[in-house]
Design a protein. Structure first.
Lengths: 116, 112
């Protein structure tokens, strides 16, 4: 149980285009999902908290107009990188909290984004 | 401010040897503590967690961790490492809102 999927697993795009990444909780409902960014050989940095039915909460220094988050249902959150640039190239990982107490997060397999 | 420190960026162990990965945290209240493992290019898998109760917690794959409040530590241990344990290990502290703060990670190659 507690499986989280991400799609796509990797994407290459041209500079200036937008890319959408999906995060799905497959066997549980998640009122809260989280989006992280990980640079090579570095730790995960929380970008934003995605709340079903309301606006996402962004961490300090994260541009909300660049990283659009939509949590339209209890099993799906999307991250759209708008007008992507090479410096946006990174590994993006989502996680979901079943909300049954314990605050355990379950992580997706990640999406590798390369912006040319 | 909440923070997590993993003092060892890189540790090499031989297969069959014991392992201890260090984790120190800074948190104002009783923390939720986690250890995750990440294989190259993959997401994170939960090894174990501590919320309350017995300070020695058992996890998957033969890992255990001990919460020591006096030392603000939550070190991960395994008595005998297998080659498949080669990965990166992250300690994290969480709050009731569900946010996680991760340590820098410890890279663990395993020598045959």
């Amino acid at each position: 149980g507690a499986v989280v999927s991400q799609h796509p697993s990797r994407v290459i795009c041209k500079s200036g285009t937008s890319v959408k990444i999906e995060c799905r909780s497959l066997d549980f409902q998640a009122t809260t999902m989280f989006w992280y960014r990980q640079f090579p050989k570095q730790s995960l940095m929380l970008m934003a908290t995605s709340n079903e039915g309301s606006k996402a909460t962004y961490e300090q220094g994260v541009e909300k107009d660049k990283f659009l988050i939509n949590h339209a249902s209890l099993t799906l959150s999307t991250l759209t990188v708008t007008s992507a640039h090479p410096e946006d190239s990174s590994f993006y990982i989502c996680s979901a909290n079943p909300g049954q107490g314990g605050e355990t997060q379950y992580f997706g397999p990640g999406t590798r984004l390369l912006v040319l | 401010a909440q923070s997590v420190t993993q003092p060892d960026i890189h540790i090499t162990v031989s297969e069959g040897a014991s392992l201890e990965l260090r984790c120190n945290y800074s948190y104002g209240a009783t923390p939720y503590l986690f250890w995750y493992v990440q294989s190259p290019g993959q997401g994170l898998q939960l090894l174990l967690k501590y919320f309350s109760g017995d300070t020695l917690v058992q996890g998957i794959k033969g890992f255990e961790a001990e919460f020591k409040r006096s030392q603000s530590s939550f070190n991960l241990r395994k008595p005998s490492v297998h080659w498949s344990d080669a990965a990166e290990y992250f300690c994290a502290v969480g709050n009731q809102g569900g946010k996680l703060i991760f340590g820098q990670g410890t890279e663990l190659p395993v020598k045959p």
